[in-house]
Write a protein that binds this ligand. Structure first.
Ligand code: TYD
Length: 241
């Protein structure tokens, strides 16, 4: 679990205490497994949700508590923010700065309401997207300056950083073809972006993996699901307490 002992942890501790009736660490730390945050990243149609369900089942078979969540959303407030970003009829007029602040606002709520309390009680949290999505989509693909994007991201998550980030990498054409095949009808606002945008997204993730080789692992999303499964499981096992 990546919660360090500084100011943001105090906030997390306060939130945790509120939710668990005053006993933040009710059990001896020896008896409790360490919490772990695993984020899944990649462009649309990369197959993140299939892999999250598979990993959740595998971890539960091992007796671990698993919390699966998604961004934007995962809380009532976050889901309302998601509606503004993804399905707003005026959405195409939204500027990248607003987009960044809305995504990170939803994330700030998710961290304090769901993720941090779960980590504190030793659960494994699987998040469908996390702060790297803002770095890549708003920073790299929408060209916002990296300094402010990183700072706003850090402000939103405090010290709750992923222990592992799985990037499921698929060629841009594959990703776009999968978006078009989705049964849900018309593409949403984010999905209407062009090929150049998704190429930047893909390259952005590969860049992050180079920058954070211990945390960010890239997996070829064109492999059969079982092979992807296996690779993810190897990475998770390396980090399990
Ligand atoms: P969603 O329908 O959840 O797509 P996916 O299944 O691919 O995750 O929509 C989320 C969209 O929002 C997706 O296009 C990625 C984008 N996004 C950002 O641009 N920045 C962010 O910080 C996050 C979390 C998502």
């Amino acid at each position: 679990m990546s919660i360090a002992a500084d100011a943001p942890l105090n906030l997390v501790a306060r939130e945790g205490r509120k939710r668990f009736g005053g006993s933040l660490l009710p059990m001896s730390t020896k008896a409790k497994p360490a919490g772990m945050l695993i984020s899944f990243e990649g462009s649309e149609g990369s197959g993140k949700s299939t892999q999250i369900s598979r990993l959740a089942a595998q971890l539960e078979r091992k007796g671990r508590e698993v919390i699966a969540t998604r961004e934007p959303g995962g809380t009532e407030i976050g889901e309302q923010i998601r509606g503004i970003i993804v399905h707003n009829s005026k959405g195409d007029e939204m500027c990248p700065e607003t987009e960044l602040l809305l995504f990170t606002a939803a994330r700030a709520q998710l961290v304090r309401e769901v993720i941090a309390p779960a980590l504190l009680r030793g659960a494994i949290v699987l998040s469908d997207r996390y702060l790297d999505s803002s770095t890549v989509y708003q920073g790299i693909a929408r060209n916002l300056a990296p300094g402010p994007v990183n700072e706003i991201n850090r402000f939103a998550v405090g010290t709750v950083m992923p222990d592992l980030t799985v990037v499921i990498d698929v060629p841009t054409e594959v990703s776009l073809a999968r978006i078009r095949q989705r049964a849900s009808g018309l593409p949403d606002r984010m999905e209407r972006q062009n090929i150049e945008f998704y190429t930047k997204v893909r390259e952005g993730y590969l860049l992050l993996a180079k920058q954070w080789p211990d945390r960010v692992v890239v997996i070829d999303g064109t492999l059969p699901p079982d092979a992807i499964d296996k690779r993810i499981w190897t990475e998770v096992q390396k980090r399990l307490a």
